[in-house]
Design a protein around this ligand. Structure first.
Ligand SMILES: NC(=O)c1ccc[n+]([C@@H]2O[C@H](COP(=O)([O-])OP(=O)(O)OC[C@H]3O[C@@H](n4cnc5c(N)ncnc54)[C@H](O)[C@@H]3O)[C@@H](O)[C@H]2O)c1
Length: 273
């Protein structure tokens, strides 16, 4: 085994990717399977059955990759998450990595027109289904078995500076940075590491309409403003997120790293005047 393989190979690792039917989580899952991990996608499969998502991830990962399986589960449901952990164990073996891919924004409005019902839904999506509920199920499972697990959260540029009009998404994603640090500290004595990545702007299902004009295929005014603020002048390619995740879950490469969030943003956060 080469030194690089020793540091970064994911052979034998058992990874759950929540939101695995989605754009970013699906691409990360394919990258982890390519690096040798056995992967189980968790998702609601509402618009797209999870068995189909698994097929697509297998195809993207290509021959020689780890196993890719899928479970239909609502990650906002605590009992369903407990059951899905047991099911994952049967499908791929005891999971030791959780990638919290569930999340996203819905709607955009001036503060004075804010819809409180939608606000609650987006908080629940990003903070409960996207973080608390699955992470709690895994932390309990790992602590009970002495497994030194690994969690990767999905932060955002809104974690650092608000984006206009997406109030609940702003609130949830900034809280996610705080919870990543808090959980890292609390779970460190059990050898569990908790980190995150903060993607810049990537075209996903949940943000496509905000960033790309459906009729022309050109960036919307908001999309153009983002590109103007991104020193690389483009949206990210989903595959560009894989390296940061592989680094964070490779214990030999990042075993002393916990509580951090790595921006992968084409320089967006460097914006100045
Ligand atoms: N796309 C971007 O530019 C971007 C930027 C920063 C952060 N993010 C974050 O990355 C993550 C993935 O974003 P994406 O753009 O790929 O979104 P996406 O909508 O393509 O994927 C999210 C997936 O989660 C699933 N899901 C939603 N609620 C669920 C639940 N309760 N239980 C199980 N599955 C559920 C959806 O069905 C979907 O398949 C999100 O947390 C998002 O906030 C995205």
């Amino acid at each position: 085994m080469s030194y690089i393989e020793e540091l970064f190979s994911l052979k034998g690792r058992k990874v759950v990717v929540t939101g695995g039917g989605g754009a970013i989580p699906g691409s990360i899952a394919a990258g982890l399977a390519k690096a040798g991990a056995d992967v189980c996608l968790w998702g609601r499969g509402t618009n797209h059955p999870m068995s189909e998502a698994a097929k697509e991830v297998r195809a993207e990962a290509g021959p020689g990759a780890g196993h890719v399986e899928a479970i239909t589960v609502d990650t906002g449901d605590a009992a369903a998450c407990e059951r899905a952990v047991a099911e994952t164990e049967t499908l791929i073996g005891p999971p030791d990595v959780l990638i919290n891919g569930v999340g996203g924004n819905r709607g955009k409005a001036p503060f004075v027109d804010l819809d409180e019902k939608l606000f609650r839904e987006v908080l629940e999506l990003n903070l409960l289904a996207g973080l608390v509920t699955p992470t709690k199920a895994f932390a309990r499972y790992w602590i009970a078995r002495g497994i030194k697990g690994n969690v990767v959260m999905m932060a955002s540029m809104t974690s650092y500076k608000p984006l206009s009009g997406v109030w609940a998404y702003d609130a949830a994603k900034s809280a996610l940075l705080n919870l990543t640090e808090g959980l890292a500290k609390e779970l460190a004595p059990q050898g569990i590491r908790v980190n995150g990545i903060a993607p810049g702007f990537f075209i996903g299902n949940q943000n496509r309409a905000l960033l790309i004009d459906e009729k022309t295929g050109e960036p919307t005014a908001r999309g153009k403003a983002i590109l103007a603020r991104t020193p690389f002048g483009r949206f990210g390619e989903k595959s560009e997120l894989r390296g940061a995740v592989i680094f964070l879950i490779s214990d030999r490469a990042s075993g002393f790293v916990t509580g951090v969030t790595i921006p992968v943003d084409g320089g967006y956060l460097t914006d100045n005047i």
